[in-house]
Structure formats: structure tokens, C-alpha cells
Ligand binder design. Structure first.
Ligand SMILES: Nc1ncnc2c1ncn2[C@@H]1O[C@H](COP(=O)(O)OP(=O)(O)O)[C@@H](O)[C@H]1O
Ligand SMILES: [Mg+2]
Length: 247
């Protein structure tokens, strides 16, 4: 069976900075994968390559076995690739419900579920129903992160890309978020989650990768990856990757 997502020999540089140096990755349907790596390692860029926001210099992106290199982000979204952005970008002058409704309308086939119902269930899932009528521009960071997730979810993704959605959250909030992600997975949606809050990843994914120097330097069970000498060396002298984290 073909992998849900396959990256084959992806390369990308910005000027003299090589952010992807022949990256290959295969993600199975139904799985949840975490990605860690130092700031500037190229994690967000890699999401851009998958979602179509960033054009790689070389390599192929396959979704359900088909090459999607030439598809724009909207087409990839309709195929079932949903993503959040590290810096939330809601439509500031629309309310929360309208933001999520637009996502539901623009997303993949809804299998008979009307857009507004999909929007409401995404809001419920992300704990935003009581703010549905608020202007998105008036939301604080935490609610903006929730809205980011609700919008991605409303597109009906088969693959959900989460870019640092737990940053700045308290420990109980992180636990709530992990539960939301688990419930999304239980519905059969695959997840790739970039996160510095390692506690969240350990609880939510079964496979962890570490990106550094343009390629993955570790790939395996989360705790083994976090304890591996290669990963420890990358984080040496920083407290970015404390496994007990904020929990
Ligand atoms: N559009 C861009 N133009 C120039 N440089 C970029 C661009 N996007 C990212 N970079 C650079 O590429 C590197 C990787 O960035 P990024 O993918 O955001 O890393 P991460 O998400 O791992 O922190 C950084 O050095 C960043 O400054
Ligand atoms: Mg990033």
C-alpha cells in the first residue's frame, strides 16, 4: 500500500542557506509523527513544501501515491492536506465562525456534511463555540492558536500539519490540546506535529523525527529519539528540549 505522504529527496535553499538537503520521509495513513529540531532548522519550510506554500528546488511530494508538486495550496487542501501556521493568520475582521466556515467551504469534499455543520463541529472540538461571534482580530494568542486548529480541521484533512500549536500554553492547556489531537487521530486523520513542547509530542505521537542540518538526524520512538546522542548534541546547552517540559 502506498504511504499517505511521501517526500522524496527534497532540497531547498534560501540564498546560501541550505534548509533541506535531500530530505525523504514516508508517513503511513493513520499515523501521528512529531518533528523537533532547533530554531531555523527548516521545519516550517518543510510544511510549506508539503502544503504547496514553498516550492522546493528539487525532489518530489507524493500524496496517496500521486505526485502533487505542481498543485497550488488550495488544490492540496482540497485533496486533504490541512495545515496550521506558526504565526496565526485569521481573517481579522471576520468573526470566529466565519473564519472556520470559509475553511469548511474551501476544503475537501465533505461527504454530505454541510459546511456550516463542519464548521460548528470544528469549533466545538477546539473549544471555541463560546467565542463564535467574536471578531477574530480581538482574540488573544491562545484562542488564535485554537482558531488556527479549528480552521485546518474544518477543511476535512486526511493529513493535518500542526506547526507549534502548543507554544505558550499552560500545562493543562497542553493536555487539552493533546486530547483534541488524539480525537482527531481517532477519526482516521494522520498528523504531523512540529513542536518544542516535547511533553505534548511524547503523549500524542508514536514516531518522532529530529531535523537538523538539512536532514533528519533521528527517526524512531519518541523517547528513544529524545535520548539519542545525536539529538542531545543538537540541543546541548539549551533547555528547548526538556522532556518534562511544562507538564
Ligand atoms: N521565505 C524565506 N526567505 C528567506 N529565508 C527563509 C525563508 N523562509 C525561511 N527562511 C530561512 O530558512 C531557515 C529555516 O526556516 P524555518 O523553516 O522557518 O525553520 P524552523 O521552522 O525550523 O524554525 C531559517 O534560516 C530562515 O530564516
Ligand atoms: Mg518554524
Amino acid at each position: 500500500m502506498a504511504a499517505l505522504l511521501e517526500l522524496a529527496h527534497i532540497s531547498k535553499r534560501f540564498g546560501g542557506v541550505v534548509v533541506a538537503d535531500g530530505i525523504s520521509l514516508s508517513v503511513d495513513a493513520g499515523s501521528a509523527v512529531g518533528i523537533v529540531g532547533p530554531n531555523g532548522a527548516g521545519k516550517t519550510t518543510l510544511f510549506g513544501v508539503i502544503s504547496g506554500d514553498v516550492r522546493p528546488d528539487g525532489g518530489n511530494v507524493l500524496f496517496e501515491g500521486a505526485r502533487i508538486n505542481r498543485l497550488d495550496p488550495g488544490a492540496r487542501c482540497r485533496l486533504g492536506i490541512g495545515r496550521t501556521y506558526q504565526v496565526p493568520k485569521p481573517f481579522e475582521r471576520m468573526n470566529v465562525f466565519e473564519n472556520v466556515l470559509v475553511a469548511a467551504q474551501q476544503g475537501g469534499r465533505q461527504r454530505g456534511v454541510p459546511s456550516h455543520e463542519r464548521a460548528i463541529s470544528s469549533l466545538e472540538r477546539c473549544g471555541l463555540m463560546d467565542r463564535a461571534n467574536r471578531n477574530a482580530g480581538s482574540l488573544g494568542l491562545l484562542d488564535r492558536k485554537r482558531l488556527e486548529l479549528a480552521r485546518a480541521l474544518a477543511t476535512g484533512p486526511r493529513l493535518l500539519l500542526l506547526d507549534e500549536v502548543a507554544g505558550g500554553l499552560t500545562a493543562p492547556e497542553v493536555r487539552d490540546l493533546v486530547e483534541v489531537v488524539r480525537s482527531i487521530r481517532a477519526d482516521g486523520t494522520s498528523v504531523i506535529w512540529i513542536e518544542h513542547v516535547v511533553r505534548a509530542l511524547v503523549d500524542a505521537v508514536e514516531r518522532l523525527l529530529c531535523l537538523s542540518g538539512g536532514d533528519f538526524i533521528a527517526d524512531g520512538a519518541p523517547r528513544e529519539v529524545l535520548e539519542s546522542p545525536a539529538v542531545r548534541e543538537v540541543y546541548l546547552g539549551t533547555d528547548d528540549l526538556a522532556i518534562e517540559g511544562t507538564a
